[in-house]
Design a binder for this molecule. Sequence first.
Ligand code: 26W
Length: 768
Amino acid sequence: MKFDKKVFLKDVENILRADFACDLATANKKELYNAVSKAVMQEAYPDWIAAKRQQKKRCGYFSAEFLMGRAIFNNLMNLGILDGVRDALASVGEDLGQFEEVEDAALGNGGLGRLAACYLESAASMGLPLDGYGIRYRYGLFRQVFADGYQKEEGDDWLKWGDPWSVRVERDAAIVHFSDMDILAVPYDMPIFGYHNTVVNTLRLWSSEPVTAFDFETFDTMKGENKAVENFNATKICDVLYPNDNTMVGKLLRLRQQYFMVSASLQDIVRKYKAAGGDFKALPEKFCFQLNDTHPVLAIPELLRILRKEGLSFEEAFLVAKRCFNFTNHTIMAEALEKWDALALSDLLPDVYEQIVACQERLELEGLDPNKFFIIRDGTVHMANLAIFVSSKVNGVAEIHTDILKRETFRHWYEQYPEKFVNITNGITPRRWLLLNNPKLAAIIDAKIGGAWHTDLKQLARLKPYIGEILPDFKRVKGENKEKLAAYIKAREGVEIPAGFIFDIQIKRLHEYKRQLLNAFSILHFYFEIKDGKMNDFPPTAFIFGAKAAPGYYMAKAVIKLINEIAKLVNGDPDVSRRMRVVFVQDYDVSYAEKLVCAADISEQISTAGMEASGTGNMKFMLNGTVTLGTMDGANVEICEEAGRENNYIFGATVEEVANVKRGYDPLAVINADPALKRVCDALVNGTFSDDRGMLVRLHASLISGHEPDRYLVAYDFADYIRVKKRLLYEFGTDEFYTKCLLNLCAAGKFSADRSVTDYANLIWHIN
Ligand code: 26W
């Protein structure tokens, strides 16, 4: 984008006057933020409007979550005006950095939502016509605070800074029909700017409003109909994002949310397609839809419903839908696979349910074994099965994950329809996750190989011959990033972390399978060793955690409490705190991640093998020149393929071993046979820690008793983890070690979301 400082400041001043009745001299931070953002938006409108008019085939990315993070810096960077705006503001005595206080748009939980955000950015940067469709939650993911080491949740009022990057598009409003009420869906469009290329795609988020407040003239079909006034507050549908990551809660409100977003999106798309004179049987030539996990799968019966109303036979509609939809699975955890009670669904959405029944009948026509192939069974609707049956392609998100889908989770379906299944390994956008969050490292790379890697990440391989040369600069920049992070942690958490320590970081949602507990156990073990004088040469290390636990996930919250207790013990013990610090940062989010990722020495990716579909945090660390301490799980496997296993620190049971170990596994025997492990486990229940809620006792019990004791093999992998982690800590700091870091960076090319979306475009969407 062309940038003229004078024009820009004039625009800002005009907006300040019109919207806030103030000027540059008197505007507060929020007013300035809104005016600056809107001034940029004004400049971008022509390209955006032009893009919306394009006729070529587009893909809709349907997702219940988009974890966009903070928009302003990313948008300015992609438009090529980051420095221009910074200078312009500086010339009037304002610091662009002040907008670091602006709330993240946290309309997502974790990996799945952040992936959607990365894909939108990458598609725009690659010039691919991909638009996001989702929900404009009034409150995003809860804000986390610790009280006495226990997690507490607070509402996330992300709109309190305003929403200058969105436009309300009332003309595209749609009415969503439930059996007990009608709800108005109003879209808010957010531009998605490609990197330095004038492409502008759209993220369309739907907001729910009462129909009664709306101008009925817009809707011919509604004219004269006397709609009952709802006693239900329509805005409730979009009130809040469900904070569960990986566990299905069968709440009717969630079902309403899911239908609300897909119905509004499809009604709008079909309405425009029809107005342009489109033949419905040719719809797949103009549109396809990627279903981001099962959450938007009601789109399938909704499209069938709409097409049948338009006069297509079921078979015709079915064939159109099958060509339009594709489905991505993001987890093999059984508790996350969505299923809905058939009665509840048919009560709330009778016309939609009818289409699901028709799909079940269509499936039966294929003459397959009904014990293996079903959509509705025993009064339950299986959303993943519906998605597989009525779609063109089904994909997993890393090689190992897709293999497990084929071999286990969806085995029968794979054997029946092998051509449907493809792998698309996840990726991350290198703009946000290197250029923006680590500009000094980016500059080192630019100076050696130029800037082509910004949109072609495989170019990083060309840095390999220069590793020796850039080593000193790399170390210096890493050190500076660590200083910055340490200052930030001091300010936010009140914990002192010497920047000279090794920064060992685990950041991701809190889940038992991700095994933050295993990491905590290792820290406790090192603590005891240091106390006993057995590790007087322990390399000074800061163990840093960031994670939110679902509010109803008891065990996850117990792990947070444990780690906070360990932090208190370690940091408060002068014998040990010279060699170790522990901090669990509060309210970990995308913006915090940006600061942590560029300052890490060790990336902890330690899930039980077979459980982490891919992971994308692992890629962010790698791209910032960090070694992985991890299991052979998810994309870690491919990271080792690309960067060399010898340049990372791999431990633990493999997928095959996990399956074997689980037969007749006796964790108590493992614990009793290992005095170091026993000591750590005992600490949970022998009064080492304060815990007035008895959480740690239950954590302990989960390892040794119950239906499936130590389900995630913490005890089994403990010894190997300690062995490899020790080796890593003692190897830290040599030139050899930093070379490993840079070899990882050079090999990160595969994990660009630019590659992922290009794969989707070629193999699945057939768009360009
Ligand atoms: C219905 C409850 C629910 C909520 C969220 C079920 C499932 C989910 C998501 C599928 C969980 C999720 O975010 N999965 C993560 O997706 C990432 C992107 O593909 C992967 O990198 C992570 O490994 C995977 O855990």
